[in-house]
Design a protein around this ligand. Sequence first.
Ligand code: HEC
Length: 96
Amino acid sequence: MKKLLVLSVLGLASVLCAADGAKLYGAKCAECHGIDGKEASISGKAIAGGSGALAKLTGYKKGTFGGDQKALMQGTVTALSDSELSTIATYVDSLK
Ligand code: HEC
């Protein structure tokens, strides 16, 4: 019985996490990348359909990843915690 409870709590947590990712993305990223990640006019390419978003976001934060326009990303990612970035990255990787 206890196990069942733990499992359902974990299930609920992952649902909440996915919802958080979408919410954070909508608030922090959609203005430039579009609500579906397909907007390419600002960043030069769509982020939907990609993978490894966490490594890229962490790289922007540390200054080890990025192109000519990385300053635009750095402003956004440095204001977010590592756990928020990880939640957002999971959401971004799920965009097709
Ligand atoms: C102010 C506009 C702006 C905002 C807000 C923004 N981005 Fe970006 N994003 C850019 C630009 C411009 C680039 C290209 C930067 C470069 O030259 O490396 C980029 C690049 C990226 C890339 C790398 C694409 C690749 O494969 O090279 C990812 C992933 C990304 N953004 C995700 C996000 C996420 C997630 C958020 C929200 C936390 C976000 N961006 C918020 C403008 C923005």
